[in-house]
Design a protein around this ligand. Structure first.
Ligand SMILES: C[S@@+](CC[C@H](N)C(=O)[O-])C[C@H]1O[C@@H](n2cnc3c(N)ncnc32)[C@H](O)[C@@H]1O
Length: 229
């Protein structure tokens, strides 16, 4: 895998997710050893939607990250640009109102959401800075951002074991369960290249968000970054 493999065009990213859509939820559960369910509950707790608030779940894919918001009674709007993911999502979760849209050119008015959240999606947006600025544009002043993303385990010995799993174990498991194992090689490589907790906080604030702080989950495999518009 070379750096060039990470330099995808937006259309390549959409096509890659079209290719994994059918088995996306199953593969997630297997590769994260079921941890992803806990991470999703933590995202809803962090956003803490109040009755009547509108929450944008960006890069929502099949709606896996949006469903817990609907269950919590929030008015959640799942948005994604992969037609394949949206189609599987609409069939599996017909009560969610999916919207097709590119994170760097969102089809929403300024200040139209109380909170914006993105789970395992920011890393995939080819121009993540442009995505963060668009999220700020559609959020009401004082509104919240919660980014759930793979991060850097904080305990050095565990970080070494984890990186080993990421680069060798994960692609091997993906070959057994995924419809497109190559996408999971990209996943491993993109996680390794992604900024650590302070690095991501700096990028979020550079895009115009205020007071960014984070909470580690599963020892820092995942981090939740919170900021205010
Ligand atoms: C790993 S999936 C995450 C799906 C879901 N949020 C979850 O937690 O399971 C990443 C999603 O980001 C979407 N994505 C990547 N770039 C995007 C963009 N520029 N605009 C909208 N969606 C994008 C992909 O289509 C894909 O569905």
């Amino acid at each position: 895998m070379t750096r060039a493999d990470l330099e995808k065009l937006p259309a390549d990213v959409a096509a890659m997710f079209d290719g994994v859509a059918k088995r996306y939820d199953l593969t997630n559960d297997v590769l994260s050893l079921g941890q992803d369910r806990r991470w999703r509950t933590a995202v809803v707790d962090a956003v803490a939607p109040r009755p009547g608030e509108r929450v944008l779940d960006l890069a929502a894919g099949t709606g896996t990250s949006s469903e817990p918001f609907a269950v919590a009674g929030a008015l959640v709007v799942p948005c994604d640009f992969s037609q394949g993911m949206l189609q599987v999502g609409k069939e599996a979760r017909p009560r969610l109102d999916f919207v097709a849209g590119d994170a760097t050119r969102l089809p929403f008015a300024d200040a139209s959401f109380d909170a914006v959240t993105i789970s395992f999606g920011l890393r995939n947006i080819v121009d993540a800075e442009a995505g963060l600025r668009e999220m700020l544009r559609v959020t009401k002043p004082g509104g919240r951002l919660v980014v759930c993303e793979f991060s850097s385990p904080t305990w050095a010995p565990f970080r070494t074991v984890y990186l080993e799993y990421l680069m060798k174990g994960l692609p091997a498991v993906a070959r057994a369960v995924s419809s497109n194992p190559e996408a999971y090689v990209y996943l491993a490589e993109s996680i390794r290249a992604w900024p650590d907790q302070p690095g991501l906080a700096a990028r979020i604030e550079a895009a115009g968000w205020s007071g960014c702080r984070w909470r580690n989950l599963s020892g820092g495999i995942v981090a939740l970054h919170h900021a205010t518009a």
